[in-house]
Design a protein around this ligand. Sequence first.
Ligand SMILES: [Zn+2]
Length: 230
Amino acid sequence: MAQHTLSGLPDIPIILRRSARAKRISLRVSGLDGRVTLTLPLGLAEQDGLDFAMQKLDWLRHQIEQKIDIQPVKAGASVPVEGRLRWVQPAAGRKVVLCEDQIQVPGSVDQLGVKLRGYLRALARDRLAAASDGYAAQLGRDYHRLTLRDTRSRWGSCSSQGALMYSWRLIMAPPDVLQYVAAHEIAHLSEMNHAPAFWALVGDLYGDYAPARSWLKENGAGLHNFRFGD
Ligand SMILES: [Zn+2]
């Protein structure tokens, strides 16, 4: 098995599989997570398979969208913020206002998703910086800087220079989950591995992290289904 990427907007990761039984090229989209598998008969060149997949790009996109339940963020949609679903409402004024059951977004309706994403990123930075500062103080270490990204592959990372990276989409998860990811990355300032000593440290900083980990495992991928119109 090999991992490839069909470039486009957005890129589609694709898993290449060889099969002795396959008589022809086939493409399959997983109903679980939208993952694409390309199966090739043994004798066929890899490039021929990838060319085939490229020709089917529009079909693939359509399949993925159908299977992974893409949720466009627009007026009237619901988006989780800090673990609670909020109804997205167009509004007057200049500031985004977060209420208990709704989130009011001013400005033109077709820019609503982009505007809301800007707000959520800022909120994510705020919460992740506060959580990181708290755990860093608890640990007695400093981190170097904090950046936000929109990565599918990981929720956070910590470099050996102490640079933290987080997915801004964590702001959609329950606050405990965001806290756990911050504690996890801060613990890497002391332990650059996932050995038992690392997990013991996460436990000291955060407490029982099992529920937060399983929340991410079960629900994390779903946070990527919200499309903010970019
Ligand atoms: Zn880690």
